[in-house]
Design a protein around this ligand. Structure first.
Ligand code: GLU
Length: 438
């Protein structure tokens, strides 16, 4: 462990609606990782390398809007590390996207892939804008122009984007198509692996759509087995009802769990008898929020966090779970479907209360795991059956879950530290063997 690793200043553990008031996400991420670096007595030189991303790419690009006027957009791509394989990670479309957020999210991708032994590094990017405020044709032009502005900074063996908050299968298909057209016609079918999370029709993988939610569900099923906990009839609350939250809800309902509270950017709702996640998903696809759903009562954010439940799945944005929320929470288990939803101070409170926390890089990795399968299928011009993909995902999630569990027991540490430590040890071994060039 390096002597000169800088201690990050304490950050306010309060959640507000604005991301910029929540503290510097990169500093928070580095605090978490530093704890694990100390545990494994990480080599000083390796720690030095991992302190900052390798590349931080910023592009400002003009796009013609439907009204004929030109608007300038700011896009990001942060490439954290590629010692284990090509940079890999999502593209976030959000009005509050910022560089420190991208740096944190990119670093988390490095450790997420290393933990699951996927041969990828870590990257993240996106555009600072609100996609809900644009027509489909504007979204297409914004995405294509962004992809073009990134140029050869992305590529199937170099840096592979995927969906994240605010982007989806369609976004990925536009990205792939733009990239393929720029590389030239003779190569267009060789480069479909430049992005993952594409629609199945355009070269995506079966099972990618539900992959992150399925991974969350597998972790919960394993936790229930290990703790003799009956999922049938247990109460679950979910914050965020996008791709991750909505699939987690539907898959948990299949295991008998009852979704009693849900929230998103539009508001919070509860029903002690249970909310039908299929009907709610249909509603959200039309209305854009859970808040107006008729099958549940409107509640406040504070009431949501104080709901009677056994399991809480944060599946919205980062830093939603602060000290106040941690104190109010009744759940026995927190499963981080989102990236970085929990302040370190809030996690301390949860652990003191005896709450189990399954960290993001372990439990929300279903997306990147199936992205890896999609990339392999693209490389080999194969199409794997849906059931095959889902089975491989379950096997890998379950294996890593048990590895982390054993590591945490052996080293008497929390699961987040165990997960980072395992990733760090693998990266360290690789640097030790390869060294740096020249
Ligand atoms: N955006 C997702 C994540 O944060 C998926 C990344 C990927 O598939 O590359 O894990």
């Amino acid at each position: 462990m390096t002597q000169d690793a800088k201690a990050s200043p304490a950050k306010p553990a309060e959640t507000t609606t604005s991301l910029k008031d929540r503290g510097n996400l990169f500093e928070i991420a580095m605090r978490q990782i530093e704890k694990a670096a100390k545990l494994v007595k990480l080599d000083r030189d390796v720690w030095e390398i991992l302190q900052q991303p390798k590349n931080e790419i910023l592009v400002n690009f003009p796009v013609r809007m439907d009204d004929g006027k030109i608007q300038l957009f700011k896009g990001y791509r942060v490439q954290h590390n590629n010692i284990m394989g090509p940079y890999k990670g999502g593209m976030r479309y959000h009005p509050e996207a910022n560089l420190d957020e991208m740096k944190a999210l990119a670093a988390w991708m490095t450790y997420k892939s290393a933990l699951h032994e996927i041969p990828f590094g870590g990257g993240k990017g996106g555009i600072k804008f609100d996609p809900t405020k644009h027509s489909k044709s504007e979204l297409e032009r914004i995405t294509r122009r962004f992809t073009h502005a990134l140029g050869t900074n992305i590529g199937p063996s170099w840096d592979i984007p995927a969906p994240d908050v605010g982007s989806n299968e369609q976004t990925m298909v536009w990205m792939m198509d733009t990239y393929a057209n720029v590389v030239g016609s003779s190569e267009r079918h060789m480069v479909s692996g430049v992005v993952t999370g594409k629609s199945v029709t355009a070269g995506g993988s079966y099972g990618r759509r539900e992959a992150t939610g399925a991974g969350v569900m597998h972790c919960i099923v394993q936790w229930a087995k290990d703790n003799n906990f009956n999922l049938d009839g247990c109460h679950v609350i979910i914050q965020g009802f996008g791709n991750v939250g909505s699939f987690a809800a539907r898959l948990l309902a299949q295991k008998g769990a009852v979704i009693v509270g849900v929230g998103d950017h539009g508001g919070y709702i509860a029903n002690p008898e249970g909310i039908n996640p299929h009907k709610l998903s249909e509603h959200v696809s039309k209305a854009g929020t859970v808040a107006t759903y008729k099958g549940a009562a409107k509640i406040t954010r504070d009431e949501f966090f104080a709901l009677d439940c056994a399991i809480f799945v944060p599946a919205a944005l980062e830093l939603e779970l602060g000290v106040k929320e941690a104190k109010a929470l009744k759940a026995q288990l927190v499963v981080e479907g989102a990236n970085g939803p929990t302040y370190p101070e809030a996690e301390d409170i949860l652990l003191e209360k005896g709450v189990s926390v399954i960290p993001d890089i372990l439990c929300n990795s279903g997306g990147v795991i199936v992205s890896y399968y999609e990339w392999l299928q693209n490389k080999r011009s194969e199409r794997w059956d849906h059931a095959d993909v889902l089975e491989r995902l379950e096997t890998r999630m379950t294996r890593t879950y048990h590895d982390v569990s054993q590591y945490a027991t052996k080293h008497k540490c929390d699961w987040r530290t165990a997960s980072y430590a395992m990733g760090l040890e693998r990266i360290e071994r690789c640097y030790k063997e390869r060294g740096i060039f020249p």
